[in-house]
Design a binder for this molecule. Structure first.
Ligand code: GLY
Length: 606
């Protein structure tokens, strides 16, 4: 397909400044990019959109910079990691955005987007190349006729304004929190329908003709479980993916050919001793080059983040480890050494250090962390692969199709293979890994090491601490009942004598609220509720409404604890079996812990 080359000279620097200047001229304050690790929200590992750091303000808090904001946010999305290497998927990207916190709404938002895209001083796109989608309505929220009519008033013909349902035109950052209908703007790459004819339109046709470049969300609702309530203020949240927009406007076939990637790809070509054409001629090699470019960029940004992520077996560190180890494996396909590959981080730092100073400041740490993680993995890679090959051979002989979870866990624990890495290797042989078995092996291992650690005095799973652990879940649930579901756990600390529980609240609790929370916990203790552990897929746990700090993750399975029907939390345990084992619960103190966070200290007595 021949893309319409449009602004071949456009690069990231120019697009960023053009965007920010445009909104500055419309009274927006420019806010800096936040860390890749979101504040306080235990339900997601990474900042996945520009609005993420703004959630408290979208919910109604005053932002110190005002009610009109704009900025560029670094984002990581790793749920599509296997798709990396196609034309559009990236694990790291930059998102341009403008926000209205109860200030302007649909009319200005849509008009400014249109002006920025088509204005001769800005992107200068022909209005004929633009298509939009708007929300078609559902049982809760009506069809967005207002947005459609604003688009028509700007000259867009009705046939290029497509109404679509919730799947396409409703946006939320997570299962709970601010959300709303959106209008998405697409760039028409070819100006010609594919063989689908009149059906060739955004959201309906996947032929590649339409590139989504901007999403304007009218954040006006708050979702809590099944209920959707209007927010106190109507907000606008827009997101423009920088790399995708560059790809569309410069008329290249993929994000990897944009100016953002050119120096990285060029270095990979140089190191592999192959020209761009030679790489493109072989599908496996092309995929390897793209994966290596994507993963080194993301790993560099993670290591060089303000809150520096380090490779580990948990949370963000686990994702980083997975990216580096996945990269090490792809090096062979492109014909370069892992050592050469990790050195490409220098190019990433050089290209982005000016916009993201924490990268430049940590260049040495980035390089040395990459090298040691590579070394750690290489030390065991060959032996692990040998073990896996033996097991797969045995499986084939037995006519089985499922690699036992125990084997995957051994690879994970002893040889440092991230679970998904084993999954990919096994899938290449047309087989699958027993995910449930893996999660069970991981949890058994965790329990074993916990009791070993307890015996050696390192951790504490004494009867006293176990009681406090369960009391923490009850207090969390009680606070949400008394203060509202916006209350979130921010941390906890337990020893044999007392518990501390930190949670989000921007004011002190009243004596009456404290009394209510304490009585509620006591009532649940006296009700002798059963405590039950279950291991189940993450999505299922979420659909049960599981809350809490979510740190341990093995494959897709998670461990949750349910207490009667009053609490469901992500947790690895240990816990008591029945709440009556807790005795008497007393809140001793409630005080400030840090900005927006309160701390409760409580005791259990027999
Ligand atoms: N927050 C809008 C988007 O990411 O599309």
């Amino acid at each position: 397909m021949l893309a319409r080359a449009f602004r071949p000279e456009l690069d990231a620097k120019r697009l960023r400044s053009m965007y920010l200047d445009f909104f500055k001229a419309r009274a927006h304050a420019v806010i800096p990019s936040a860390s890749l690790i979101p504040d306080g929200d235990g339900s997601v590992l990474f900042t996945t959109a520009g609005m993420h750091p703004l959630v408290p303000y979208l919910m109604g808090r005053e932002h110190p910079a005002g009610s009109r904001l704009t900025g560029v946010q670094k984002c990581v999305r790793t749920n599509d990691i296997e798709e990396v290497g196609d034309l559009t998927h990236l694990t790291f990207f930059e998102m341009l955005g403008n926000w209205s916190l109860g200030d302007y709404y649909k009319a200005d938002s849509i008009r400014w987007s249109f002006e920025f895209l088509t204005g001769s001083e800005t992107l200068g796109i022909s209005p004929d190349s633009l298509w939009v989608t708007v929300f078609d309505g559902n049982t809760d929220v009506p069809r967005d006729e207002e947005s459609a009519s604003i688009w028509r008033s700007l000259g867009l013909p009705p046939e290029r304004i497509i109404f679509l349902g919730e799947e396409d035109n409703w946006w939320a950052a997570g299962p709970e929190g601010p959300c709303g209908p959106d209008t998405e703007i697409f760039y028409d790459m070819t100006g010609q329908a594919c063989e689908a004819g009149p059906e060739c339109s955004p959201g309906r046709c996947g032929c590649g003709r339409f590139f989504e470049i901007w999403n304007n969300v009218f954040m006006s609702y708050d979702r809590r479980g099944a209920s959707l309530t209007p927010l106190p203020r109507r907000n606008v949240d827009t997101g423009m993916g920088l790399e995708r927009t560059l790809a569309a406007l410069t008329g290249v076939q993929s994000v990897y050919e944009t100016a953002s990637f050119k120096p990285i790809m060029a270095e990979l070509q140089r190191l592999s001793g192959r020209s761009a054409d030679e790489i493109a001629a072989d599908a496996n090699r092309l995929k390897a080059a793209r994966v290596l470019a994507d993963h080194i960029r993301t790993a560099t940004f993670m290591l060089g983040d303000e809150r520096g992520i380090r490779p580990s077996n948990q949370g963000q560190g686990y994702v980083l480890r997975r990216l580096i180890r996945r990269g090490v494996r792809y090096c062979e396909q492109l014909g370069l050494s892992p050592e050469q590959w990790v050195g490409v981080s220098d190019i990433v730092v050089r290209e982005y250090g000016e916009v993201y100073p924490s990268l430049a400041a940590q260049a040495d740490v980035i390089r040395s962390e990459l090298l040691s993680e590579k070394d750690r993995f290489e030390a065991t890679l060959a032996r692990g692969v040998k073990l896996l090959e033996r097991e797969l051979e045995r499986l084939r002989q037995e006519g089985g199709e499922l690699l036992p979870g125990q084997t995957a866990f051994r690879l994970y624990d002893t040889y440092g293979f991230p679970f998904e890495f084993t999954q990919e290797l096994v899938a290449e042989q047309g087989l699958t890994v027993d995910e449930n078995g893996f999660a069970k092996a991981a949890i058994e291992h965790q329990e074993r090491s916990r009791s070993e650690a307890a015996k050696s005095g390192l951790a504490d799973d004494s009867v006293e601490s176990t009681r406090y652990h369960t009391a923490t879940h009850l207090l969390h649930a009680a606070l949400r009942r008394v203060l509202g579901e916006h209350v979130e756990q921010k941390g906890s600390n337990i020893n044999r004598e007392r518990m501390r529980f930190d949670f989000s609240l921007d004011r002190p609790m009243t004596p009456l609220e404290l009394q209510e929370a304490q009585s509620q916990v006591q009532a649940w203790i006296d009700a002798d509720l059963p405590v039950r552990q279950r291991v189940l897929p993450h999505a299922e746990a979420r659909s049960l409404g599981a809350i809490g700090l979510f740190n341990d993750r093995y494959g897709d399975e998670v461990s949750i604890y349910e207490i009667g029907d009053v609490s469901v939390e992500f947790c690895g345990g240990p816990h008591v079996e029945r709440t009556s084992e807790l005795g008497r619960f007393q809140i001793k103190k409630e005080q400030s812990s840090s900005a927006g966070v309160r701390r409760i200290r409580a005791h259990l007595t027999p």
